[in-house]
Design a protein around this ligand. Structure first.
Ligand SMILES: [Zn+2]
Length: 245
């Protein structure tokens, strides 16, 4: 909460400061009910570029964003840490796109290493920005956020509610390709695993979310921390889920 206020003070124009701070206070109680906003690290940044289907990865120092390019339109899932706009712009350029192409931004959860880039990206895009209802109030944004829930469709992507890592965590599943963008519901930085217990708000829910994802016909897993898993992903996920019964 204090951190959020500092960010508001830092980023908001003086004229609207009071109003914004008021909103921030009223919309973010109770404090720390939904997990710990902690940095998560994966030691080896891997190459950016095409990973699976029409998806591209923007690999940053500790986290990845994913870009879905379809014709002249682009969706981005997660925006990295504060200051990530430059890396994402490079990713867009490499995909033959630019900020104007970006029509949809999906934020899997409220942690700063996934939404921190929003401050830099929001002014550059006319995109709709989506987040899960449970995390939405905890995300600082200069533009309105749209709440999404289980089964909603965004740009051909199905929203899957995967609470546990945070209570409002969502994942994105592309049914036509079996590509799953799992945020921090899954990680691959030490073999395929669920949410890192150190940063998990509700471990029982996190395990249930892994089992829920394993029931999908998953062909590739793109997660926030660790390499994309594009071979044997469905089997690996089912095996993992079986250990969490
Ligand atoms: Zn996280």
């Amino acid at each position: 909460m204090r951190l959020s206020r500092r960010r508001l003070l830092f980023t908001t124009a003086p004229g609207v400061l009071g109003v914004v701070v008021l909103n921030g206070c009223s919309s973010s109680s109770p404090p720390s009910s939904s997990g710990k906003a902690a940095p998560e690290e994966s030691p080896v940044p891997a190459a950016s570029g095409a990973v699976a289907g029409e998806w591209r990865r923007v690999a940053m120092s500790s986290v990845s964003a994913y870009i879905l390019v379809r014709g002249s339109e682009v969706a981005i899932v997660d925006l990295g840490t504060p200051g990530s706009a430059g890396a994402i712009e490079e990713g867009l350029k490499a995909a033959g796109a630019d900020w104007k192409s970006v029509k949809h931004i999906v934020l899997t959860h409220m942690h700063q290493d996934h939404v921190g880039g929003l401050e830099g990206v929001a002014p550059k895009v006319g995109a709709a920005i989506y987040a899960g209802d449970g995390d939405l109030a905890s995300i600082i944004s200069s533009k309105p956020l749209k709440s999404v829930k289980e089964g909603d469709e965004v740009f051909g992507m199905r929203i899957i509610e995967t609470p546990g890592h945070t209570l409002g965590h969502i994942s994105v599943f592309e049914p036509t390709t079996g590509i799953l963008v799992a945020g921090d519901a899954l990680r691959t930085n030490a073999g395929l695993a669920g949410s890192d217990p150190q940063y998990t708000a509700d471990e029982t829910k996190a395990n249930a979310s892994v089992r829920k994802l394993a029931a999908l016909d998953v062909k590739a897993i793109l997660c926030g921390h660790g390499q994309p898993l594009v071979a044997g992903a469905g089997t690996a996920l089912k095996d993992l889920a079986a250990t969490l019964q």
